[in-house]
Design a protein around this ligand. Structure first.
Ligand code: BTN
Length: 250
């Protein structure tokens, strides 16, 4: 199984470029795993219409094009499995105490270390092409930090030194490829326990916000195999499939 890696100096968004290729070239663009890495992303996109801010050299920015054999409607847990693959890679790289925030933020000490944006091309019932975009903070400049309205950290701060980017990318790609093979055969189920072990809010009091704006308080009790977050609320157990979760009091 081969992976083709392309490195470009600057691009608006690695996810957008891969997505555009799939749209332009159809299935032929998605015959093998492709990786697009960039030094500088000028219009990085985050989840829910947010932006991903990153200056030159600040972060590891890349997207993986995965010609999945999975029907699009079976991919709901994929973004969580990507989080597990990132935790595994960082652990192999010697970085411990990494936590996951549903659905797919990677944290260190409640500060965001990496974000994941998954985009799909295809219809619900047939195999779809998946684009997995990852931004991993390496060493954020003060300019970048001042533009981000969240608590963030970077690998250099957590590890105490600037990481070898190429080595880190190689480990990440290997773990992602392994994860995708497992996911393709068994879905998210084999990753549930590991995800919960790293869950930043496991058994903690949280506030959940539904897409329609409704808000509920409860205790985060875990994840179900389709990737929904389970919250024990005063009115019963709620499964969150889209929306946001935050630690109560933060
Ligand atoms: C988030 O935290 O909301 C997700 C951030 C995802 C950022 C990555 S960087 C590479 C890829 N290309 C993009 O435009 N976004 C993703």
């Amino acid at each position: 199984d081969s992976i083709q890696i392309e490195i470009v100096e600057a691009v608006e968004s690695t996810n957008s470029l891969l997505l555009q290729r799939v749209i332009d070239q159809g299935a032929s663009a998605g015959r093998l795993k492709q990786v697009l890495v960039t030094e500088l992303q000028t219009q990085g996109r985050g989840r829910r219409g947010r932006t991903w801010v990153s200056g030159l050299g600040d972060s590891l920015v890349f997207s993986v094009l995965w010609p999945s054999q999975c029907a699009v409607n079976t991919l709901s847990g994929l973004s969580l499995a990507v989080g597990v693959a990132i935790v595994r890679a960082l652990t192999l790289f010697g970085i411990r105490n990494i936590a996951l925030k549903w659905p797919n933020d990677v944290l260190s000490g409640y500060n965001k270390l990496a974000g994941v944006l998954i985009e799909l091309h295809g219809d619900m019932l047939s195999p779809g092409t998946v684009i997995i975009g990852i931004g991993l903070n390496l060493r954020l400049s003060n300019v970048t930090k001042s533009q981000i309205d969240q608590k963030v950290t970077d690998v250099a701060s957590v590890a105490g030194q600037m990481p070898d980017r190429n080595r880190l990318l190689a480990i990440l790609l290997k773990e992602l490829a392994k994860m995708l093979d497992t996911f393709e055969q068994h879905g998210f189920e084999p990753f549930v326990e590991e995800w919960e072990r790293h869950h930043a809010y496991q058994d903690k009091a949280v506030q959940i916000s539904f897409p329609d704006g409704a808000v509920k308080n409860g205790i985060a009790i875990g994840i179900v195999p389709d990737g929904a977050l389970q919250i024990n609320t005063p009115t019963g157990i709620v499964q969150l499939r889209s929306g946001e979760v935050s630690l109560r009091g933060l």
